[in-house]
Design a protein around this ligand. Structure first.
Ligand code: FAD
Ligand code: UDP
Length: 363
């Protein structure tokens, strides 16, 4: 008998399992994929560390979380500064003085603010992503750099999407291309697998194992379950399916040293089917002879696909609240992580929450 069955060997499961085993608890970690790490999993291709499930850049303002991850790997000084390609023209992201200069030729913050001020919508309290974006950066940037990208990424009109999604992106009146405002940022040298491997060192791990393949056995294999899969699936979709966005990642190895000169290039026009091209070697300032790029194509999630992003609009949040009521009644099950709590969480948040959770339940 185990103290904890942990469903999902992603970051939430791994941090929880690590803390529980440090507390002397016996943990079994299962994952339906044939590898650990969840979406942080990396593969070595031609000596390049490839983020198999999309670019994972670690960033946080939380010193405890930063110190914590640094126990498991050395982080480099990578600073994310993506480019946006709109019909062949390149713009710096996030929206900053370099973007404004390229768009309008303005060289001072005052001139940029004046243009944005003129283009801002009159709406005082933005109700959706479109209104929020226009009120933050005006119509030019909305049309060229936000609308097309967002509508293909989410498969919904900007006017039907929640405003908070766009609030992730800083808007700055300085010449600063750093995508994040956080104090700490970097890529673990050699990738994320070493972190998860160390975290799971003292646990039993079974890969290629779906909780639902033998649910009644797994429900009784431990005193408590930490479940990081989809919450609607756990309850047999009894209140209907929650909506997710899925992605397909199409990697290519190219016989060139440097394909696009930057790790992340977003394609913001609606008629390019992919949202971004990731050139992995640039995360670690690689000098290999070849390069590996991944094209990211968004799609609607259907059963059997990987659910990458929860669609946190009103309709889904109302269904989610019904699952939350059921979850409250499952006294021996803790729902954690991005899929277990149906939230768009960054890695640092998942780690912070797993640490709090372990603190509460591992006595
Ligand atoms: P996951 O990593 O999804 O792990 C859950 C695991 O549970 C999976 O391995 C899954 O196979 C397993 N599982 C599910 N159901 C079952 C079942 N029935 N039985 C057994 N196993 C099951 N965050 C950042 O901070 N920076 C970034 O740059 C960043 N980029 C991202 C890019 C993309 C494309 C995506 C999708 C996410 C990104 N994130 C980023 C978010 C980051 O991936 C998450 O915050 C974090 O990995 C979530 O960890 P988790 O353990 O909750 O979930
Ligand atoms: N976004 C955009 N244009 C871009 C990049 C992002 O409009 O070039 C919007 C889009 O709605 C996206 C959101 O900002 O979903 C958050 O972007 P982020 O890069 O944080 O997305 P993630 O890496 O989580 O996919």
């Amino acid at each position: 008998m185990y103290d904890f069955l942990i469903v999902g060997a992603g970051l939430f499961g791994a941090v929880f399992a690590h803390e529980a085993s440090l507390g002397g608890k016996r943990c079994l970690v299962i994952d339906k994929r044939n590898h650990i790490g969840g979406n942080t999993y990396c593969e070595d291709v031609e000596g390049v560390t490839v983020h198999k499930y999309g670019a994972h850049i670690f960033h946080t303002d939380n010193k405890t979380v930063w110190d914590y991850v640094n126990r498991f790997a050395d982080f480099n000084r990578y600073t994310n500064s993506p480019l946006a390609n709109h019909n062949g023209e390149l713009y710096n992201l996030p929206f900053n003085m370099n973007t404004f200069y390229k768009l309008w030729g303005v060289t001072t913050p005052e001139a940029a603010e004046e243009i944005i001020e003129r283009q801002r919508a009159i709406a005082t309290a933005p109700k959706n992503l479109e209104e929020q974006a226009i009120s933050l950066v005006g119509t030019d940037i909305y049309e060229k750099l936000i609308k097309g990208y967002t509508e293909k990424q989410w498969g919904r009109k900007c006017s039907d999407l929640p405003a908070f999604i766009i609030n992730r992106l800083p808007v700055r009146f300085t010449f600063d291309n750093n995508y994040f405002n956080d104090r700490y940022q970097g890529i673990p040298i050699g990738g994320y697998n070493q972190i998860i491997e160390k975290m799971l060192e003292k646990c039993d791990v079974k890969l290629g194992t779906d909780f639902f393949s033998d649910e009644s056995r797994y429900k009784h294999i431990a005193d408590k379950i930490v479940y990081t899969g989809m919450i609607d699936e756990y309850f047999g979709y009894c209140h209907g399916e929650l909506e997710y966005r899925s992605l397909s990642f199409e990697p290519e190895t190219l016989d060139v040293r440097n394909f696009q000169g930057n790790a992340v290039v977003n394609y913001t026009s609606a008629d390019v089917p992919y949202t971004r091209i990731i050139e992995h070697k640039h995360f670690e300032f690689g000098t290999q002879d070849k390069t590996v790029v991944t094209y990211e194509y968004p799609s609607e999630w259907v059963r059997g696909n990987e659910p990458y992003y929860p669609v946190n609009d009103e309709k889904n949040m109302s269904v989610y609240s019904k699952y939350l009521d059921l979850a409250d009644k499952e006294k021996n099950v803790i729902f954690g992580g991005r899929l277990g709590t149906y939230r768009y969480l960054d890695m640092w948040q998942v780690i912070a929450e797993a640490l709090i959770c372990a603190d509460l339940v591992v006595s």
